[in-house]
Design a protein. Structure first.
Length: 227
């Protein structure tokens, strides 16, 4: 802390005004205030800063936008009234080694992206005619795609999709069809299964069909035909 201590002297000449480049050395804040510690390559490779508060677009009691810099991230730092004891991280910086996760080679700046360390992404694509919002995990095998150009939503999963609720799940389409395409279909109800059709109800099996009821099967149809 020798270099930092020297800069902490009361003399106004030792105050640091403007912004500085820092490298994150520690993000495990013992007081859980979302702070980080830094080193300043222009000062020393050994000295570590005081705990620095991280600027974020939204912060409050148990709420806010939480994006803590990673250790070794390059950040932009300013000091309160130039006092080195009170550093603030204004934001993170890409550099010649740490490149952005996407580029803007075509100059159209159509994509906005949030990408985590393991590779989870949230992509906002403003490309004209194919606008989309995509939430995708690190494997790229599980995703939710909101396709604005087609007014469609797709949920893709490599394995299982589970919906759990203590209320009601309603699937409703006005003017469209509901199609279930699978290897095996199993429907279980603790009480009643009620299937109704306004015009026609068709049940077809290519090999065998069984109807079983402990109290018997009752068919009531004035136009029943058994072939």
């Amino acid at each position: 802390m020798m270099g930092m201590a020297l800069l902490a002297e009361e003399d106004q000449r030792d105050r640091l005004y403007g912004v500085m480049i820092g490298i994150v050395t520690n993000n495990q804040d013992p007081e859980n205030m979302g702070r980080v510690k830094l080193k300043f390559p222009w000062l020393s490779d050994r000295d570590e800063s005081y705990w620095a508060r991280v600027v974020t677009p939204m912060a409050g009691a148990g709420r806010g936008l939480y994006f803590l810099p990673e250790v070794e991230d390059e950040v932009l730092v300013a000091f309160e009234h130039g006092q080195v004891e009170f550093p603030y991280v204004l934001g993170a910086l890409w550099n010649g080694v740490d490149k952005p996760p996407i580029d803007n080679k075509n100059g159209k700046n159509n994509q906005r992206l949030i990408k985590s360390r393991s590779g989870h992404t949230i992509l906002l694509d403003d490309t004209d005619g194919v606008e989309k919002v995509i939430i995708r995990d690190r494997t790229s095998k599980n995703e939710i795609v909101i396709d604005s150009s087609q007014n469609a939503i797709a949920v893709n999963s490599e394995k299982n999709i589970t919906l759990n609720t203590k209320g009601t799940i309603t699937l409703k389409t006005s003017g469209g069809d509901l199609v279930i395409n699978c290897k095996n279909l199993k429907i279980q109800a603790q009480e009643t299964v009620d299937i109704q059709a306004q015009t026609q109800c068709k049940v077809q099996a290519n090999t065998a069909m069984a109807l079983k009821c402990l109290a018997g099967v009752k068919i009531n149809d004035g136009a029943l035909e058994v072939l």
